[in-house]
Each structure stands twice: as structure tokens, then as C-alpha cells.
Design a protein around this ligand. Structure first.
Ligand code: ADP
Ligand code: MG
Length: 256
């Protein structure tokens, strides 16, 4: 390499950093060599670099979205055994996987007993939405209540609510395992009311509707929450035996 190329390369790299084009910065010399060998013209060279930058940018954004969503585990529908959950509306699950409900700000309610795959399905749907470029947040209801009460005490409630308002999908897992305090119920209602027609909610619960008052305390609040949640809502029911239990039994049979 002669002196001028070195000097211009250093300058180029400096500019690429300033322009925030890290992939072009890292790859330009390799691609330049390849294009020279292939006799590709300048525009073809530029195109290749731009494509690499875009791909890498999208990959980083996807990784960021996935991290921000805070899924408890990685679950996909490929790992979901639909045959083991015959009562579940599979065509609806596959339709929801496409994510069009998010554009229409529709909600999803996953109702069923413990161990029937609600969290699995919620995670799989959430991860699919994430991959489609949506902003998703997964949170257990008890965890959300703690966060909201903390935010309120630190006078950060407005900021926290503004953060939630940026979402496309908020997954509220495990509504109903623990009854909320009065303050908690009001904050939870506030989340549901704010989400209404702004972004989609996916709620998983082991509680049939008639028992929701046990969580939210008052009839009035429960009625208003259910009204908003179930207006334009897809309901998926997972009935039957716990998959955890069945899995444990199967293992025992195999070893015993
Ligand atoms: P829930 O949230 O309804 O209590 P989970 O989604 O946590 O149930 O399911 C419990 C465990 O069983 C998880 O590890 C989940 O991946 C697995 N599981 C549940 N249903 C199925 C299924 N139909 N196919 C494959 N794995 C399942
Ligand atoms: Mg669960």
C-alpha cells in the first residue's frame, strides 16, 4: 500500500466513524478488494457496502428489541405440541403469529389452568412480533405492580407510563395468581385503560372472567377493565391437563 492510500484510508475510516457507519468502516477494504477482483464498478461496490450496513443495522435493532422485551425464556411455536393441546384454536394461533392484530390494536386473552402452555404461547407470539419489528414488553403482573408502585413512590409514574405508551404489545403474564392491593388494582386498571386502542395487550390468566373481581377488588373496576380488554379481543383457551405434570409422568414412566 502506498502512502496516499494509507492516508486516505485513515481519513475515510475517520469519516465513516463520524457518519456512524460501523459496518462500512469494518468491511470497506475487504469489499473493495473483492470488487476489484470481480471487476465490479463503483456503484456495485457502494451497493454491496450499503446492503451490509443495512443488514447489520437490522440485526442489531432486532437484538435490542428482543433484549428490551425481557422474555423469561426463549419459546417458539415450533416447540409447541398442538396435538397435546387439542382444545386450542390452532388456526387462530397461526393467524395471530402474523401480527396483523397489532396494527388493529386488538388484544389477546389466553385463559386456562396452570401448566397448559399460556406463557409458552405468549412468549412465542411476543417473539414473533419482536422479529416483525414491533416493540414488545413481557412482564408478570405481580412484577408490573411492584414496578408501578415503586415508580409512584419515586414520582416516576408519568415517565414509566410514557415508556409503556411507546410499545406495540404489552404482555401481562399471570393475571390472577395474586390479588392486587387497592392501589395496585388501580394502577393495573390504569395500564389497561391507557393501552386501550393505543397498543395491544396480551394477558394470560388462570381465572375465568367471573373471578376477576378477586384480583381487581371492586366490581366497578373489574367491569371497566374487562370491557376495555375484551372489546376487539381474541380469546384463546387452553384447557386440560398440565403439560408439566404430563411431562413429569412420562419421564417417570420411562425411568421407572
Ligand atoms: P402456563 O403458563 O399455562 O402455566 P407454561 O407455558 O409455562 O404454562 O408451560 C409449562 C411448561 O410446559 C413450559 O416449559 C412449556 O414450554 C411446556 N409446554 C406447555 N404446553 C406445551 C405444549 N403443548 N407443547 C410443548 N411444550 C409445552
Ligand atoms: Mg405461565
Amino acid at each position: 500500500m502506498n502512502k496516499t492510500t494509507t492516508k486516505s484510508t485513515v481519513l475515510l475510516k475517520h469519516h465513516l466513524k463520524a457518519l456512524k457507519l460501523p459496518t462500512v468502516h469494518d468491511e470497506c477494504e475487504r469489499i473493495a478488494r473483492r470488487c476489484a477482483a470481480d471487476n465490479a464498478d463503483h456503484l456495485a461496490f457502494l451497493l454491496q457496502l450499503c446492503e451490509l450496513e443495512l443488514i447489520e443495522r437490522e440485526r442489531r435493532a432486532a437484538a435490542r428489541r428482543l433484549k428490551a422485551a425481557r422474555f423469561p425464556t426463549t419459546k417458539t411455536l415450533d416447540e409447541f405440541d398442538f396435538a397435546a393441546r387439542a382444545s386450542l384454536n390452532k388456526p387462530l394461533v397461526l393467524e395471530l403469529l402474523k401480527g396483523e392484530y397489532l396494527e388493529r390494536r386488538e388484544n389477546i386473552l389466553l385463559v386456562g389452568p396452570s401448566g397448559t402452555g399460556k406463557t409458552h404461547l405468549a412468549t412465542a407470539l411476543g417473539m414473533a412480533a419482536c422479529a416483525q419489528g414491533r416493540k414488545v414488553r413481557f412482564v408478570r403482573v405481580t412484577e408490573l405492580l411492584t414496578l408501578l408502585l415503586e415508580a409512584r413512590d419515586e414520582r416516576q409514574l408519568l415517565r414509566y407510563r410514557q415508556q409503556l405508551a411507546k410499545l406495540d404489545l404489552l404482555i401481562l403474564d399471570e393475571l390472577g395468581y395474586v390479588p392486587a392491593s387497592k392501589a395496585g388494582a388501580e394502577l393495573l386498571f390504569d395500564v389497561i385503560a391507557t393501552a386501550y386502542e393505543r397498543y395491544s395487550l396480551l394477558v394470560t390468566t388462570n381465572l375465568p372472567f367471573e373471578h376477576w373481581t378477586e384480583v381487581l377488588g371492586s366490581e366497578r373496576l373489574t367491569g371497566a377493565a374487562l370491557d376495555r380488554l375484551t372489546h376487539r379481543c381474541h380469546i384463546l383457551e387452553t384447557t386440560g391437563e398440565s403439560y408439566r405434570l404430563k411431562d413429569a409422568k412420562r419421564r417417570r414412566q420411562r425411568t421407572g
